[in-house]
Design a protein around this ligand. Sequence first.
Ligand code: ASP
Length: 540
Amino acid sequence: MKKPALHIQILIALVLGTIIGILVNPGEAPLDDARGRIEPRNGEVAIVEEAAGEMVMSVELFRERYETLAERAIRDGRVEPTEIAITRRRAHLVEDGRSVTLTYTRRVDGRAVVSKLEAPNAARFVERHPYWDTFYTERGGGFRAAVIAAARFVGDMFLRLLKMVTIPLIVTSLITGVSGLGTTAQLGSMFLRTLAYYAATSLLAITIGIAMVNLIRPGVNAQLPGGGEGAIQGGDESLLGVFVRLVQNMFPENPIQSLAGGDFLAIITFSILFAIFIIRTGGESGETLRRFFQSAFDVVMHLTMFVIALAPIGVLAFMTYATATQGIDIFRTLAWYMLTVFLALVIHAGIVLPLIVKFVGRRSPVRFAKAMSPALMTAFSTASSNGTLPLTMTCVEERAGISNRVSSFVLPLGATINMDGTALYEAVAVLFIAQAYASADPTFTLTFGMQITVAFTALLASVGAAGIPHAGLVMMAIVLQAVGLPLEAQGVIIAVDRVLDMCRTTVNVWSDSCGCTVVARLTGEPVAVPTAIAEAAKTG
Ligand code: ASP
């Protein structure tokens, strides 16, 4: 029997992985309502709960988050020990061979609170969290845990293989592509067109996001956060700081170190400069090097093809893991928010970008999307633009017939700095949080000026975000800070980030790919007959 084409194989893997994941998902167990206590703790307030331990916070934060509780527990400015009720408790357990994680959602004074309790293995988990002993005995271990652990291992192996070829691919392909231009005059125009495309599409994406969030208003009356889990740390840089770091990172002090560290921007700059000076040097030296990199590129490309043939297995594993580890309850809490992000992404990727491909790139968007489908599905399951890059490059060149000169330039740079999906997501998420705060606190209003600030900082955050899972969430701190919102606000949306990350990464990769059609057309690059479509179908 003939093997189905690669994109069909990946599609089957995607669906199959989802089904297996749902089957092995341990599911959520509702628990009876519980009691907890408010207690003073060294000048701060502790919410003590047997199941999740203590949440300690400042008095101001406590007042802000748990208004009605604060009314009961604070007398004459002093925190009095007070009994409280904890309702709508649910727990979701995940064991993946490396850790045991329990996601615990409940309402404290009407507010959704999420905690993640973790331990490296089952014995430690029960020891650290004795409250969950019976729960673990009922739900943990067994066949499900084994399938999830296997899925995680296989998925990670696939991602490792992809990462293994990524840096050699960027270097050889960029040097081959740029040195093949013949003159450096063309390079400037290609660079400017590429940047113009990145900026234009990211801003369009943000505009759509902002329009949708104002239309649907998912944050109005949404119960925001609180959470033992707290905000993601490490993104609290100033705007200028991010920009300066970005520019600095483009120029490595030591290119070998950047290569070893997998520092995309630095590698891209050095490779382009190296290629420019291959052209400038010319003569025998230039020609020898050009041929050397051309040969290296051919070999790396073959290696890449070999890794890509394994994509269906990788996608199967990633999808199994992703669906097996999600808890459902939190999706209900954030349904409107997720729907807003999703619809905005669909409008951008399904209407705006295809129109650009059709009228500027002068190609059939449907056929182009089909050619790109292996990369898009891999982006969806891995949630990493960097990891998907080898597939994106192969699809653009081999399946869509766009020259290596364009793809080697537009794609690696795009994987790092052009993230339409992430930009849109930043804007929607921050405005969602702002809406929720504004509806809870009448003194906080969301002005038009703030929306503009969100738009531009979201753009910068998307440029600064690395093409790895959850990078967008870390960078969100910049946008939150720019409009004066607390980082803790991320507490709840972290829980659904993986799913949204999968969607936005697909849009990121799709936008980079569409950029290739635009830049190829605007710079008059010839489009090869994509013979490899037939070949890819043959080899799978
Ligand atoms: N995961 C995204 C990417 O790789 C970045 C993000 O978190 O938004 O493109």
